[in-house]
Design a protein around this ligand. Sequence first.
Ligand SMILES: [Zn+2]
Length: 287
Amino acid sequence: PAPLSAAMVAQPQAGSDERFAHSVGEHFEAFLENYSSEVPEGMDTSAADEPAPRDYIDQCNEMKSNERNTLYVDFSHVQDHNTELADAIEADFHYLEPFLRQALKNLMKREHEEYATDDKDFWVCFFNMPTQLNIRDLKTAKIARLMSFAGTVTRTSEVRPELIEGVFMCETCGTNSDPVPQQFKYTQPVKCKNPSCPNTSLWALRTGPGEAKFVDWQRVRVQENASEIPAGSMPRTLDVILRGEQVERAKAGDKCIFTGTLIVIPDVRQISGLPGERLPPRRGGGR
Ligand SMILES: [Zn+2]
């Protein structure tokens, strides 16, 4: 792919440009495909007897053999490989995350076509960020950035299925909608896609294969580590939403480092609850 322009990375608004996001996705895919922590960046190894091991190709192979869908990326590897790429991901993670997932899916499709079927989603988790904040440091300025903080888990919710994308049937004419991504609340189509149908409000969620996509969802409450609470202050807490294979990895009492992004959740709980809270708790191991 063409080099990322440093000027674009430096502009906070650049992330709203979809072309830029696609370019970030291409660079991330190249990183996953080529990165080797055993070979210094830029060294030509084409004459070597054995090809250098590639960290993320190896991990893709493990994902397939263990039937997992999450890739864990050491952020210092991204910085080592391409500083502009690392800066872009860090500055605009919330917007770029779907493009990073798509990059991983493209790679999985090339490496393991029979495993990476169209209905399967893959997830990217980062760790080893250069700075680690504590809960008291988290300010609104860091919203949508990739960051990490440390804390102690005090409470965990049940694991529930969260609707992340749904197809809706028009109850007036029976036409199915295109998949509607769900954003913090139950989101239905704006208008029926049948041009001669006036329906804007009567919908039924389709639940057939490929029509509704769910992911495991869990909320955990995290409190400042005791050592970080200033003398005489009350400990601060933060709710963290965990998805997919991250659920049930932390239990009350665990000291953890969380890596992700801060978002402001619109106050829609009065109306409809958070997406993951709309559906009954998952029972047993399956969905
Ligand atoms: Zn209709």
